[in-house]
Structures are given as structure tokens and as C-alpha cells.
Design a protein around this ligand. Structure first.
Ligand SMILES: [Zn+2]
Length: 332
């Protein structure tokens, strides 16, 4: 299927399967010196690997920040990527009403507008216009291995080097292939374990351009905002977050992107887009059938690689974020 070159865009769903190899994008936490990977349970009771929506959303927000040349378009909190966002914006916290606070937060900052915020006083929150579910490892296509590494103590390495070279090459911060050597050099090494994962992950994301600039207390759009620029920035951030994915432990486990396929679902008017899980093999044909039930209001576009994904999003940049039309004042 194809998409129109222009028109309104109410919502966009990105449903896909991405293959990342040899990464450690998201972990449960550290137990002793062992890092535990994330673990999920599916509806049928299968345990599998996953990457949290929090992590994916954080990666998207960081891409929004990186792609904006003019950091003054962010509030004081978002300029330094502080997760407190609008709560650190004194223009917001000095207002007296939630209506005013929301207006101010949206007009001061495009990241607060796109990714949402929570302000303590006055107490108001805004739901993100960009949402991510867990990226779920397909159980038959996900593998985890645990590698042990050693970090040598400064000043001790020279003394132990002679012993190490008898066994093999000297190491700095290295893998430890066998425990015998690890025990022998334990006086000079800190040993730790790290997971490395490879797999194909099902991912779901929803973007709601109709809510950009919308004060969801008054249900009026804040005047003077460039909604289109914010929309385009969010689309660009989707592109870069998948062509090079940031996350945890990328200093030593920068993910290998091997494949990315999926489907974009686009609502041209006020129809909430369907979100089918790519855990199910038939998700693309399922979407196609649903889109046909609202011909003219919805479109879908399948992509088979990262290049197809990027060019589809670039084509969507010509669309305009949908605006609700709600009469102001009391009804008769
Ligand atoms: Zn902000």
C-alpha cells in the first residue's frame, strides 16, 4: 500500500520487528558484580527478553534534543535533558492555575510538549504525545550470553603481566575466557559479568500529532506555536533512534542493527489507529485488512529495511498535524 504525499495526520503507529545483535540496551540491575538482563513474561507464559518502553522513550527524547539546533526552544530543565522537565521551569511553577501552567509549559518547550511532563505546583501533568510499548524479544529468535570481564587495578598490572603473558596476551580491560586465570590474578583484577543479547524484537509505538500544542486542561491549542516544526522534529527523532540506537552500555555494546521491517499506520482524520502486536507473524496483513475498513481515513505502508522506514517518515513530513475543532464557549 502507499501513503498520500500530504494531508492531515491525526495519529501514526509504528509497528515492526527490529533485529539488534550483541547489545545490552536495557538491564534489570546489578546483583553483586553480575548485571541481569530484562526478563518478560508473555500471555502464554513464555519468558523472553525485552527492552522497556521507558528506555525507548528516553532514546527518542534524547534524539529530539540532539536534532534541535536551537536549544533555546527547550525549557531550562530540558536544555540539560533533566527528567524533571517543566517542573524546573520557573515560568510554569510561578503561575497560579493549571490552565496557565500548561499553556506556559507548552509554549516554552517543544520537548515538554512532545514527551509530556509532571509539575508539582500547581499540580498538573501532560501525557506524552509519543508512546512506546516494550520491545519484546521473539522467543524463538532471542539469545542471551553472559561474558565475564576483568578490570585491572592501576599500578598492579605490570606486576601481574609476566604471569598473564605466560598464558596468552596481556590484557587491559578484557574478557576472561577461563576461571583458572581469573582466580590466579584476582588480587589485581576486578571481575564482573555482563549480559550480551542478540534478537529480533517486536515493537509498538504511537505518535499523536493531534495533541501537539493542545492544552489538555482547556482543550485549546496554545497560540503562536509552530506545531508543524515540532511534528517534523518528532519524525526525525524516530529515524535516527533506529538507524543508531542509544541506550544502556553502548560504550562497549553498541548494538549491531541487522534488520528492521514493519508497517506504518496513518490516520488522516480522527480515527485512533489500530496497534497490532508484531509478536504475531500476521501483523502486517492484519493491519492492511483493518485499514481497508476505514478507507480514506486510514493508510498503511509496509517497509522492509531501515532505508524504507526513513524514506516513509520523510514522506510523512509533508503532512500537517491534525487540529481539533472545538467551539469555544457554552453550548446552547
Ligand atoms: Zn521542557
Amino acid at each position: 500500500m502507499t501513503i498520500s504525499k500530504s494531508g492531515w495526520i491525526y495519529e501514526l503507529a509504528i509497528l515492526g520487528r527490529v533485529t539488534w545483535s550483541l547489545h545490552s540496551l536495557n538491564n534489570e540491575g546489578q546483583i553483586g558484580n553480575v548485571m541481569e538482563p530484562r526478563s518478560l513474561m508473555l500471555a502464554d507464559g513464555t519468558a523472553t527478553d525485552g527492552i522497556s518502553g521507558e528506555m525507548l522513550k528516553h532514546i527518542h527524547a534524547a534524539a529530539v534534543w540532539a536534532l534541535e539546533d536551537h536549544k533555546e526552544k527547550f525549557c531550562a530543565g530540558c536544555r540539560v535533558l533533566d527528567p524533571m522537565r517543566a517542573n524546573l521551569n520557573t515560568n510554569v511553577t510561578q503561575t497560579k492555575t493549571v490552565e496557565e501552567a500548561t499553556d506556559r509549559a507548552l509554549s516554552d518547550c517543544q520537548l515538554c510538549d512532545l514527551h509530556g511532563f509532571m509539575v508539582q505546583r500547581p499540580t498538573v501533568h501532560r501525557i506524552s504525545t509519543i508512546q512506546f510499548g516494550w520491545a519484546v524479544g521473539l522467543p524463538q529468535a532471542t539469545h542471551t550470553s553472559i561474558h565475564q570481564h576483568a578490570r585491572h587495578a592501576v599500578g598492579e598490572r605490570g606486576r601481574s603481566a609476566a604471569r598473564v603473558t605466560q598464558e596468552g596476551s596481556p590484557e587491559d580491560e578484557t574478557d576472561v575466557p577461563g576461571t583458572a586465570r581469573a582466580v590466579r590474578s584476582s588480587a589485581t583484577q576486578m571481575l564482573y559479568s555482563r549480559p550480551t543479547r542478540s534478537g529480533t524484537y517486536a515493537l509498538v509505538s504511537l505518535f499523536q500529532p493531534w495533541r501537539i500544542g493542545l492544552n489538555t486542561v482547556t482543550y485549546r491549542y496554545v497560540e503562536g506555536l509552530d506545531r508543524r516544526a515540532r511534528y517534523r522534529l518528532a519524525l526525525q527523532a524516530y529515524q535516527t533512534m533506529f538507524w543508531r540506537t542509544d541506550g544502556a552500555m553502548t560504550a562497549t555494546r553498541l548494538p549491531h542493527l541487522e534488520a528492521f521491517e514493519g508497517v506504518l499506520v496513518i490516520a488522516r482524520r480522527n480515527v485512533p489507529v489500530p496497534v497490532l502486536s508484531p509478536v504475531n507473524e500476521e501483523y502486517r496483513s492484519g493491519i492492511e485488512r483493518l485499514v481497508k475498513t476505514h478507507k480514506g481515513a486510514m493508510e498503511s505502508l509496509a517497509f522492509d529495511d531501515i532505508q524504507g522506514f526513513v524514506s516513509a517518515l520523510q514522506a510523512l513530513a509533508a503532512s500537517e498535524p491534525y487540529a481539533l475543532s472545538i467551539p469555544v464557549g457554552e453550548s446552547e
